[in-house]
Design a protein around this ligand. Structure first.
Ligand SMILES: C[S@@+](CC[C@H](N)C(=O)[O-])C[C@H]1O[C@@H](n2cnc3c(N)ncnc32)[C@H](O)[C@@H]1O
Ligand SMILES: *[C@@H]1O[C@H](CO)[C@@H](O)[C@H](O)[C@H]1NC(C)=O
Ligand SMILES: *[C@@H]1O[C@H](CO)[C@@H](O)[C@H](O)[C@H]1NC(C)=O
Length: 430
C-alpha cells in the first residue's frame, strides 16, 4: 500500500474573519471550482467510484452526444428524402417505360414499401434517441436548441444508419453468421487461458476497445470476466446503451421485440425486392442482470481514456475488427501493451482495412514486428481457428490464423464481401 498523498497546507486565515464568512467563502470557491472543473470533477468521481483501473481523461462530450441524438431524430427525414429522390429519378423515365414498369414490376410501390420500412426503422431510431436523452439527462429543449444552432448539419445520417445496422451484427439471429465466424476463437481461447475467473481473489479484468454494440464484451462478461467495453462514437454508444437497457427486468424488453429493415438504405446487389425489404428482429437474447453487473461501458478515445494507468491494469485486452481503425496503429499497440499487466493477454481478430486518415499503413508482418518490438510474445493458437498465414515463417508458424469473416454484410446479397480476418494471441512479456 502506498501512503496517502499529503493534504495541501491549509490556507491561513486572518484572525477576526467570522466562521460564517469563512464558510461562505469556502462554498463560493467550491462552486466556482466546480463550475470550471465540472468535466474533470466527473472523471475524478468516476475514478473514485470505479472498482477497475484508474481511468482519467474520460468525459462525455455533450455536443457529440447531441449531434448523435439529432442524427437519430432526423432518421426519418433523411431516409425519406433519399427514397423521394428515387421517385423523382424514376419519374424522369419516358412514360412508355414507366407504364411498363408500373404494370410488370410495381417499382413505384417498391419505393413506397421501402418508405414504410424506413418508418419502422425510425421507431427504433426514436427509441434509441429517447433512451439516450433520459440516460444523459438531455431535455427536448436542449436538443432543439442544439439543432437550431446547427441546422440540418447537426447529425450524420450515414453514421446513424451504420450504428443501427450493428443491431443485426451483434444482437439479431440474422447476424449469427458474422458472430459465429469471429466469436468462437476469442471466447474459447480466453476460457482456455483463464480457466479460473478468480485470480488472487478477484475477477479477471478484460478490456474491449472499439466495442461497437458490445455483444462480444457482453459474452465475455457472461463467461465470468469483469469487462470494460470502450467506444468513442456516440452513435455506437447510444445504441449500445439502449440494447443493454433491454435487460430481463425491463418490462418493455422482449426477445425479438424490435423489428428493423437493415437493407433498405442500399439498393445494389439485391436478389429480389422481398430480400431487400425483409425485416430482422432483435434482441435475440435479453441481457441478464448478473452479467451486466460485470460489464461497464467507458466512453472516449481508447488511446486517451486509459492513461495514465496504475500498475495493476487489465489481465486481457480483446480487439475485434479494431486495430485498423487507428490513425496511428503504433499508438494502439503501445496502449494495449501499457494497459495490460505483465503477462497479460492480447487477443486480436480482424482485418487490416485502414480507415480514418491513417498516418501509417502497415502490412500484417509489419504490425506483428512492431508488436514484438513493443514487448509482445506471440502464442501458438489452436489450428482449428483458421489457415496459417505464415506457414513459411518459422517464428510465426501456427500463431497467426486467417479466417473468412463478413462485416455488416447481408447474407442474401449478390455481393460477396468478406475479410480474411487474422487471429492471434500475444502475451505481454514480464
Ligand atoms: C469496425 S468497428 C468494430 C466494432 C466491434 N468491435 C465489432 O466487431 O462489431 C470499430 C469500432 O471502433 C470504434 N473506434 C474507432 N477508433 C476508436 C478509438 N480511438 N477509441 C475507441 N473506439 C474507437 C469505432 O467507433 C467503431 O465502433
Ligand atoms: C416484389 O416481387 C414479387 C415477386 O417477384 C412481385 O410479385 C411483387 O409484385 C413485387 N412487389 C413490388 C412492390 O415490387
Ligand atoms: C442524470 O441525472 C441523474 C439524476 O440526477 C443522475 O443520477 C445521473 O448520473 C445523470 N446521468 C448522467 C449521464 O449524467
Amino acid at each position: 500500500m502506498s501512503s496517502l498523498p499529503q493534504p495541501p497546507p491549509a490556507i491561513e486565515m486572518k484572525p477576526g474573519v467570522s466562521v460564517t464568512a469563512r464558510f461562505s467563502l469556502l462554498i463560493a470557491c467550491l462552486a466556482i471550482i466546480l463550475a470550471l472543473q465540472y468535466p474533470l470533477f466527473l472523471s475524478y468521481f468516476q475514478r473514485l467510484t470505479s472498482s477497475g483501473p484508474v481511468v482519467t481523461g474520460v468525459g462525455v462530450d455533450r455536443s457529440k452526444v447531441l449531434a448523435a441524438l439529432s442524427g437519430l431524430s432526423q432518421y426519418k427525414i433523411k431516409a425519406n428524402a433519399a427514397l423521394h429522390k428515387k421517385k423523382r429519378e424514376y419519374n424522369k423515365l419516358p412514360s412508355q417505360q414507366k407504364l411498363h414498369l408500373l404494370q410488370s414490376l410495381k417499382y413505384y410501390t417498391k419505393i413506397s414499401q421501402a418508405t414504410a420500412a424506413a418508418n419502422t426503422n425510425d421507431r427504433v431510431a426514436k427509441a434509441v434517441r429517447d433512451f439516450g436523452m433520459r440516460y444523459y439527462n438531455i431535455s427536448s429543449l436542449e436538443l432543439h436548441a442544439y439543432e437550431k444552432t446547427r441546422g440540418r448539419a447537426s447529425g450524420d445520417h450515414t453514421q446513424v444508419v451504420q450504428a443501427l445496422k450493428h443491431f443485426v451484427r451483434d444482437w439479431s439471429s440474422a447476424g449469427e453468421h458474422e458472430r459465429s465466424a469471429t466469436f468462437p476463437p476469442i471466447l474459447t481461447t480466453m476460457k482456455t487461458l483463464f480457466p479460473n475467473q478468480l485470480r488472487e481473489g478477484r475477477q479477471t479484468r478484460v478490456l474491449v476497445p472499439g466495442a461497437g454494440l458490445g455483444r462480444l464484451a457482453y459474452e465475455l462478461a457472461a463467461q465470468g470476466f469483469d469487462v470494460v467495453a470502450n467506444e468513442f462514437s456516440p452513435y455506437m454508444t447510444l445504441a449500445h446503451r439502449y440494447i443493454l437497457s433491454l435487460h430481463q427486468e425491463n418490462p418493455i424488453a422482449k426477445i425479438d421485440g424490435h423489428t428493423f429493415h437493415p437493407n433498405i438504405n442500399w439498393w445494389s446487389h439485391h436478389r429480389s425486392n422481398e430480400s431487400m425489404l425483409r425485416a430482422a428482429t432483435f434482441p435475440e437474447v435479453l441481457p441478464q442482470r448478473d452479467v451486466l453487473n460485470r460489464l461497464r461501458l467507458i466512453e472516449g478515445d481508447f488511446v486517451k481514456a486509459f492513461l495514465p494507468l496504475e500498475e495493476s491494469g487489465f489481465d486481457a485486452v480483446v480487439t475485434l475488427f479494431f486495430i485498423d481503425t487507428a490513425r496511428n496503429i503504433v499508438d494502439y499497440l503501445e496502449t494495449i501493451h501499457k494497459v495490460l499487466k505483465p503477462g497479460g493477454i492480447w487477443a486480436n481478430l480482424g482485418p487490416l482495412l485502414y480507415g480514418t486518415a491513417p498516418l501509417i499503413e502497415l502490412s500484417l508482418d509489419e504490425v506483428l514486428r512492431v508488436a514484438e518490438k513493443i514487448g509482445f510474445e506471440l502464442l501458438p493458437v489452436d489450428e482449428k481457428w483458421g489457415d496459417d498465414t505464415f506457414p513459411d515463417v518459422e517464428e510465426w508458424k501456427g500463431k497467426i490464423k486467417g479466417n473468412l469473416a463478413g462485416y455488416s454484410w447481408d447474407q442474401e446479397s449478390l455481393s460477396r464481401n468478406a475479410y480474411q480476418a487474422q487471429f492471434w494471441v500475444g502475451r505481454k512479456k514480464d
